[in-house]
Design a protein around this ligand. Structure first.
Ligand code: ADP
Length: 266
């Protein structure tokens, strides 16, 4: 609480009273700290690949270029670090568009089953590369929602790619669509490394990661789930994540209103 005082002085110079202004600054301070933390995170995330690129190019220019083998090896690192920076910048731009409500939503009537099937088609090769089983169970009847198909597909791809990343080789990933009381549910379940319960409450925060090194190694930016949450919420939906110690793995549940409940006004 911030306090400001102003005395009220009578004409004869005596003190008549005091005006006290109490201002609640906790919310303001919290936002300010979040902003500072975000800038620190972005700078750090950009600096790490830049440092690597700089040192590898320096070594190349210092003579390593004479060996064709080293040149290929070093340039491969430079390429993958630039790819990482590109992904980060793309994710940041997307978050900023969502924050400023820029960019138009292309909302139409779409069937959730179709979005899920398209997403699975796009990502099944990554699961295959890890010899993981990717099982897709769509709902029997059509589950129609009013949504931007590409954006919801992206949400599913972000969650599915996490399931693949954080599940070992030969693991199992299941994606199911269900409709209950005018609510469409997409459930993505894996039997991977899981998330400790202490980390669950913060998992949708920007740059929050259980294991930074592992996420980086997997090519993650730490922004996938926060982007997913913002997109789902812009569709009046909800995204939740569960991970239980007694059962290995993680489940993500995305709920979207089906057409009867959707607000067609957005
Ligand atoms: P990242 O790019 O690091 O994957 P996300 O925002 O997509 O960023 O996810 C944040 C963190 O949540 C990850 O770094 C990881 O620690 C954890 N996480 C997300 N999905 C899973 C999952 N299916 N299994 C285990 N951990 C997960």
């Amino acid at each position: 609480l911030r306090a400001k005082y102003a005395p009220i002085i009578r004409e004869d110079g005596d003190l008549e009273g005091l005006v006290v202004l109490l201002q609640d600054v906790t919310e303001h301070e919290k936002l300010e700290n979040m902003r500072k933390e975000f800038v620190a995170n972005v700078s750090h995330e950009l600096k790490t690949p830049l440092t690597t690129i700089k040192s590898y190019t320096e070594t190349l220019l210092d003579g390593a270029m004479e060996s064709k083998e080293l040149t290929t090896q070093f340039l491969t690192v430079v390429e993958s670090e630039t790819d990482r920076m590109t992904r980060l910048v793309q994710d940041l731009l997307q978050l900023s568009n969502l924050d400023f409500k820029q960019g138009r939503w292309n909302k139409k009537e779409v069937c959730i089953n179709d979005i899920v099937k398209d997403a699975v088609l796009k990502i099944e090769v990554s699961a295959k590369n890890k010899r993981q089983q990717l099982v897709c169970k769509t709902s029997e009847e059509d589950t129609i929602t009013y949504a931007d198909k590409d954006k919801i597909e992206q949400v599913i791809l972000n969650v599915l790619s996490n399931a693949i990343k954080y599940t070992s080789k030969e693991g199992r990933i299941e994606i199911a669509v269900q409709t209950v009381n005018n609510i469409g549910k997409i459930i993505i379940k894996d039997n991977g490394i899981g998330i400790p319960s202490k980390d669950l409450p913060r998992i949708f925060e920007r740059f929050y990661r259980v294991d930074k090194a592992r996420s980086r190694e997997m090519g993650g930016t730490g922004l996938g789930l926060s982007i997913a949450k913002q997109i789902v919420e812009a569709h009046d939906g909800k995204i939740e994540i569960f991970s239980e110690e007694k059962e290995p793995g993680t489940s993500v549940v995305i709920t979207l209103p089906t057409l009867e409940k959707a607000s067609v006004l957005n």
